[in-house]
Write a protein of this length. Structure first.
Length: 179
């Protein structure tokens, strides 16, 4: 998992996953960010179970006012164990470096205007349909905000495909031992 971390979040790597399975949403392969957001909020309990313990849902389209403009975070959570706000930005396509600029802006606004003095810096999660790990690594390498890029799947791979891959890996492992 590629994450950038500021001080104050020592357990962040064990809190977040690299990939989330959102099969419970029942979305078709082709869907919009709005469809994804609506489905996640309609199934918020199942989504929180997929995220893990200690997440508290604070809102969808969470409004931030900066200057004379309004901005909206797709989903905002609070994580009790990390004592931090967690902003989720949803992207239905592949990760793109410019997504980090948007997320960093939201994290700065949260830290300046929403975060309580006793809380840790806000964390950003870009939840994308797909990601190229090398592009993510470059995008995060100079990033100062605690942020990560995770991908989502709408369904688990077919059981037979998983079994075939396991058998293939076992055969390779046994073949390597015999050499």
């Amino acid at each position: 998992m590629l994450i950038t971390i500021k001080n104050g979040h020592p357990t962040i790597q064990t809190t977040f996953k690299d990939s989330y399975v959102l099969e419970f949403l029942g979305l078709p392969e082709t869907h919009s960010e709005s469809d994804l957001q609506k489905a996640l909020t309609q199934h918020i309990k199942a989504f929180i179970l997929e995220l893990g313990n200690d997440f508290i849902f604070m809102g969808e389209e969470y409004r931030l006012q900066v200057g004379n403009q309004d901005f909206y975070i797709d989903l905002l959570f609070y994580h009790r164990g990390l004592a931090a706000l967690v902003a989720f930005e949803l992207k239905i396509g592949q990760f793109s470096p410019e997504h980090m600029g948007q997320l960093n802006f939201y994290l700065e606004a949260l830290d300046r205007d929403v975060k309580k003095p006793h809380e840790n810096p806000s964390i950003g999660v870009l939840l994308c349909r797909d990601k190229d790990d090398e592009v993510v690594e470059y995008a995060l390498s100079r990033n100062l905000s605690p942020a990560l890029v995770a991908q989502y799947q709408l369904q688990l791979p077919d059981k037979k495909l998983i079994q075939a891959k396991l058998h293939e890996l076992l055969a390779q492992e046994l073949g390597a031992r015999d050499e």
